[in-house]
Design a protein around this ligand. Structure first.
Ligand code: DWN
Length: 425
């Protein structure tokens, strides 16, 4: 039985339930290792009017499975509540678009996709990823629960089903469109709580030699780099290949290749097929052995994570309070889900961080969930006259710093909060 810290019940307004079963192996051997307190929806950006209304809060705790080493959140918030109207837009981050374009080219070549092939993207967002396949004359279909983004994708010429992916939806797609030669799911699988329904659907939807390509922030990177702010209610799972294979094998699927990328703080990309459809690449064996050495099923592996998380909170608050006392202005860069987790966990409001700039037009004029910090366009950064910039989207620090070269030359200093609070040299 998991013993959770008592929460201030008054803060907890949202509806959720505590998951006691491992998402990957279905064993009831979860062990709690992190509490981040009560959180609003990570992408629950607010209009000015909505600031006056109560916001649903949910406790946020993480656990690992003592049986298979899978890492997951304990509290499960209803997917529709979180994803139905979504303001995270793939096109908001150019490095992600470049990464997707590169990936589409590689997959079209590797699997000889052509105008007879069907590619389906799960969590297709605004259709950005599928555009690159469409350019290669491949047939495409998007599936995403966010109605607002599905409409945007349709406007971009990408046929999209606005719904959550389930096995029954997969079967309807097979009837209408046939089976898929390639299914992609980039930064999506962590957002799907029902892995068994998901992988049953994939098994039905893939052709005999069909391939599913899943990309996700890699659990060993998260633990190594203390990326606690990537733990939030949208991310039900924090994924390694050994635990994922446990779930896949129950549906006659397996991982036959794995690659690693620096995007999103360190991501893994796995290629999945029906069992024995492709030879298992050496990278799968070496990665599996690395995960075994990481002892993901043992308490000792997680014991420093909460300590390091508390240290980021203490150091960041000390620094921001010191700068405020010195009448220095600190502006945030990147109105992102991980930034909202960090700000809510630390209790940082517009008193210490008066504004945040972001490249996503959908977010301009909105306010951050829980902390109510106003969001401006990147072009307004200089008019906000920062002495310091706190890079909340630290996973894109390189791109952001390039954009801020002129400010850097004017003496503006840059702070990155993860893995520990530090200044950019
Ligand atoms: O899994 C998820 C990841 C992939 O994306 C989703 N659950 C939600 C979202 O998480 P996030 O909001 O933390 O993601 P990003 O992509 O790290 O957010 C970056 C934010 O920074 C975006 O709002 C765009 C913004 N940005 C910017 O203002 N200037 C990004 C770049 C590259 C820039 O130059």
């Amino acid at each position: 039985m998991i013993k959770l810290p008592a929460y201030n019940k008054l803060a907890v307004e949202g509806t959720y339930f505590d998951e006691k079963t491992c998402r990957a192996c279905l064993e009831k051997k979860l062990s709690h290792f992190l509490s981040l307190g009560c959180m609003p929806k990570p992408n629950g950006f607010l209009t000015k009017k909505a600031l006056l209304k109560p916001e649903p809060y949910y406790p946020l705790d993480a656990a690992y499975c003592k049986n298979c080493g899978h890492v997951q959140t304990i509290q499960i918030v209803d997917s529709k509540t979180m994803f139905e109207n979504y303001v995270y837009v793939t096109a908001g981050a150019k490095p992600m678009l470049d990464h997707m374009e590169e990936t589409a080219k590689e997959l079209v070549t590797r699997f000889k996709l052509n105008n007879k092939s069907l590619v389906i993207d799960l969590g297709s967002n605004d259709g950005s990823f599928l555009q690159y396949f469409k350019k290669n004359k491949v047939k495409v279909l998007g599936i995403d629960p966010a109605k607002n983004l599905a409409e945007e994708a349709e406007r971009n010429g990408i046929e999209t089903i606005a719904d959550l992916f389930t096995q029954s939806l997969a079967q309807k797609v097979v009837e209408k469109k046939g089976k898929a030669d390639l299914i992609t799911a980039f930064n999506v699988i962590a957002h799907i709580p029902t892995w068994f329904d998901l992988f049953a659907g994939i098994s039905d939807l893939l052709t005999t030699k069909g391939v599913m390509v899943i990309e996700f922030p890699y659990v060993l990177e998260m633990l190594k780099k203390n990326e606690f702010d990537t733990i939030y209610h949208e991310h039900f799972s924090y994924i390694g290949i050994n635990a994922m294979n446990v779930a896949l094998k129950k549906h006659g699927l397996e991982i036959f290749d794995v690659q690693f990328f620096t995007i999103h703080g360190g991501s893994a990309r796995v290629l999945i097929s029906h069992t024995n459809a492709y030879p298992i690449e050496k990278a799968v064996k070496t990665t599996s052995a690395k995960e075994k050495r990481a002892k993901l099923t043992e308490a000792a592996t997680y014991k420093n994570f909460q300590v390091a998380t508390k240290k980021v909170k203490k150091d960041l608050l000390t620094l921001l309070k010191k700068l405020k006392k010195e009448n220095k202005t600190v502006i945030g860069y990147g109105a992102c889900a991980k930034g909202n987790v960090l700000l809510n966990y630390c209790g940082i409001t517009s008193e210490l961080l008066p504004a945040i700039v972001d490249s996503t037009p959908l977010k301009h004029g909105l306010y951050t969930p829980g902390t109510h910090i106003p969001i401006y366009s990147e072009a307004e950064l200089s008019t906000l006259k920062p002495d310091y910039v706190l890079i909340l989207a630290w996973n894109f620090a390189e791109t952001i710093l390039k954009k801020c070269e002129p400010l850097k030359k004017d003496g503006v200093k840059f702070i990155i909060p993860i893995p520990k609070v530090h200044f950019v040299k």
